[in-house]
Design a protein around this ligand. Structure first.
Ligand code: DAH
Length: 341
């Protein structure tokens, strides 16, 4: 039996040293030390031994088990060190290799224009506010002094969510005037850019979704002169110093008086060209003095406070600035188009 154990030791130690991966090593452990392994098989024969020999052999067997376990552990540690070494060698990074070409995107042309406008107004002490695109008819129309029968309230013009025409997709950013007056303390100087929705067929100049920027100032003693001076300044910052403007009387239910602001065509200087469609002038925005009814409806005393407001289309501005002739290009996001800016 001693001899059997001796030869088991020799072959096992050799095999363990030769094992070249963790799986083989585990197989060896099972083969020699497992429940059905070779050492167990030898120990089964203990019964044949004499009472004196049994404890001696038992001790030898325990020694052998311990020795083989140690050998296996040692080999396992060695193997994992070798594996790690190999892995590190394979995965070395050559920092001198040229980097992969990265494609960097850039700002969408419409957002470049928006950022420019935000900068101009922030510079004048305005705050930028955001509000809901799903709106109550109350805010989109009623509180803006737009009567029940007004054509813009028609189902053919406006996206409604409810049969009772109470909830809708805002058709303009003007409801932000009401939100601002209801929630902010006076004085107010704000602009509110955002998406608006109308039931328009898609073509080169129309889209059912587009962007507007609303602006409003409410304070004591605000007059039409403030409106004109501020908007003239904004126009000069966008289109360049000396840009000629024209304030044309107009009608909006929520401002009184109301006007539209045109700029003299910066392309032809007012002679008439394709950019201004032969008109010499380009319409930029609608504006006016906030209607006293709108002020009082928002809890502001029109005898103490006054204000002016404007609303402009962002796409049209970007199209003018970048000579984009088709509105659809702005929303398609074709990189061949976007990369030109
Ligand atoms: N909301 C108007 C529109 O969509 C634009 C507008 C006109 C906004 C006059 C104003 C304003 O704030 O004072 O056509």
């Amino acid at each position: 039996m001693k001899e059997l154990m001796q030869s088991l030791r020799e072959s096992a130690v050799q095999a363990i040293l030769n094992a070249d991966d963790a799986e083989k090593l585990e197989n060896l452990r099972v083969r020699y030390l497992g429940k059905k392994g070779e050492l167990t098989a030898i120990l089964r024969q203990m019964g044949k031994l004499s009472a004196e020999e049994r404890p001696v052999m038992g001790q030898l067997a325990n020694q052998l088990r311990a020795e083989l376990e140690t050998a296996i552990e040692k080999r396992r540690a060695e193997l994992s060190r070798v594996m790690m070494q190999k892995k590190l060698e394979q995965e070395t990074i050559d920092v001198t290799l040229p980097a992969k070409d990265m494609r960097l995107g850039h700002k969408h042309p419409m957002y470049s224009v928006l950022d420019q406008i935000k900068d101009i107004f922030i510079g004048m002490g305005f705050e930028i506010v955001d509000g809901p695109e799903v709106e109550l008819a109350d805010y989109n129309f009623t509180k803006l002094n737009i009567d029940e029968g007004h054509p813009s309230r028609e189902w053919t013009d406006t996206f409604y969510f409810t049969e009772d025409s109470r909830i809708l997709l805002r058709t303009q950013t003007s409801p932000m005037q009401v939100h601002a007056m209801e929630t902010k303390s006076l004085p107010i100087r704000m602009i509110a850019p955002g998406r608006v929705y109308r039931k328009d067929e898609v073509d080169a100049t129309h889209s059912p979704m587009f962007h507007q920027i609303e602006g409003m100032v409410i304070d004591k003693g605000v007059t039409m002169a403030d409106l004109k001076a501020t908007l003239n300044l904004v126009v000069e910052k966008i289109y360049g110093e000396g840009t000629v403007t024209r304030f044309r009387p107009h009608h909006f239910p929520f401002t009184e008086p109301s006007c539209e602001l045109d700029i003299q065509c910066h392309k032809c200087g007012g002679k008439g060209c394709p950019t201004c469609k032969g008109e010499g002038w380009i319409e930029v925005l609608g504006a006016g003095m906030v209607h006293p009814k709108v002020l009082s409806g928002c809890g502001i005393d029109p005898d103490v406070y006054s204000g002016w407001a404007f609303g402009m289309g962002l796409e049209r501005l970007a199209m003018g600035e970048y000579k984009i002739t088709d509105l659809r290009l702005i929303f398609e996001n074709d990189v061949r188009f976007l990369e030109q800016f």
